[in-house]
Design a binder for this molecule. Sequence first.
Ligand code: 13P
Length: 250
Amino acid sequence: MSAPVPMIAGNWKMHGTAAALAEAQQVAGADLPAGVRVALCPPATLVERMSRTLQGGPVLVGGQDCHPEPQGAHTGDVSAEMLAEAGAKLVILGHSERRAGYGESDEVVAAKVAAALRAALEPVVCVGETLAEREGGKTLDVVTWQVRRSLPEALSARPFTVAYEPVWAIGSGLTPSLGDIEEVHAAIRETLVEKFGEAGARTAILYGGSVKPANAREILALPEVGGALVGGASLKASDFLGIIGAAGAR
Ligand code: 13P
């Protein structure tokens, strides 16, 4: 059984106009460690340009969300097929900012995952507890429940990635203790193997939430942490490269 291939993915969220492509070029042009997958997920408006700019290089480009349908009367939405045509290879789905801000349920996330597969995009599916859920001792229940319900059976035959992002750690500068991260990742692994067998053992489980060059090394060294999903620190090439370097040093 092969071990998961580590990935460092940057989620630019609603940041970045054409000028920011220089940061992406700097990342792609750096001496990246072998054996680490690197991805950048810019706003939808930049997916095509970034894909063209980075074409043939080591950095994968991804979207941040997609609609479950391939096309239709859905003002403001983008389909998985559109992202794929623009050059995306993967798509972040079920981010807590979408779950909380747009009321996305696990069922909606699962439909989006199915859409990503239809368009041959690799889904990066996010799960994570709120502060109230953590304080209420519900973290493992919430996270494993989200994993079970957000990931459709069809995934067993396709590459996919899971990202554990505690909602309260996103953009706050706070992170769970290393022991807490380890505990949640172990529970996610167990759930993935239960649900998908060997495919669940091969899936990389990323940690996300206030990952910086200064804390990346200790987080990435934890068992079952197969990389990071990085928000703020992915906007600056030097910070993002620091985190990628920490993954290479694992
Ligand atoms: P920060 O790294 O800015 O905390 O964001 C994490 C995140 O939400 C990545 O998807």
